[in-house]
Design a protein around this ligand. Structure first.
Ligand code: G3P
Length: 217
């Protein structure tokens, strides 16, 4: 399973990229606004740090506008993936950009029917927002399960990018279902390292080691 970071914070990206475990980045207009920085400069900088796919989202809502913005974003670097909302115009733009070899991440997916259309439109990634479904009392992981089944029935190559992740268990459940990617906020990636028994076990080992008076070096 690939692990992407869902942030536009360059410092956090640079720091976590050092782990060697970051396979890509996703951003959206809200995350760019939160960063307080210019979108074009931010995406350029992120692409210099991370070699995997970096999603940058269009803000136009009409077909022609999305094509123009998508092409502009794709010019920034070869690893930019253009993020496009799951609307009628959005999927039309997805088809056109995908045909011209621009990678597209279709975002704001909340149903299996939408995911099916995105795959048919040639999307490189589909982004189902599981946390926002859970927030309204629906079950986000059921959506992932259905998309995994449908894409496998027809061997679609569109990668399932689990988004709106709220905790470590979301990542684990998505991995159990065979989702291709999970995009996680930096704090959730850091939580994935943690287990109280790891901390306790290490503490005990170090206490016992100290009692031997030995040194490896
Ligand atoms: O990048 C899209 C998605 O991950 C947003 O998550 O937490 O705003 O629902 P959230």
């Amino acid at each position: 399973m690939k692990l992407f970071l869902d942030t536009a914070d360059i410092n956090e990206i640079a720091e976590l990229n050092e782990t060697g475990l970051v396979d890509g980045i996703t951003t959206n207009p809200s995350l760019i606004a939160k960063s307080g920085r210019n979108i074009l400069e931010t995406i350029k900088k992120i692409c210099e740090i991370v070699s995997g796919p970096v999603s940058a989202e269009v803000t136009a809502t009409d077909y022609a506008g999305m094509i123009k913005e998508g092409k502009r974003l794709a010019e920034i670097a070869s690893n930019v993936t253009v993020k496009i909302p799951l609307t009628k115009d959005g999927l039309k733009a997805c088809s056109a950009l995908s045909k011209s070899k621009i990678s597209v991440n279709v975002t704001l997916c909340f149903s299996t029917a939408q995911a099916l259309l995105a795959a048919k439109a040639g999307a490189s990634f589909i982004s189902p927002f599981i946390g926002r479904l859970d927030d309204i009392g629906s079950n986000g992981m059921n959506l992932i399960s259905e998309i995994v089944e449908v894409y496998s029935n027809y061997s679609f190559s569109t990668e399932i990018l689990v988004a709106s992740v709220r905790g470590v268990q979301h990542v684990v459940d998505a991995a159990l279902l065979g989702a291709d990617v999970a995009t996680v906020p930096p704090n959730i990636m850091l939580k994935m390292y943690k287990h109280p028994l790891t901390d306790k076990g290490l503490e005990d080992f170090l206490t016992d080691w100290k009692s031997t008076g030995q040194s490896i070096l």
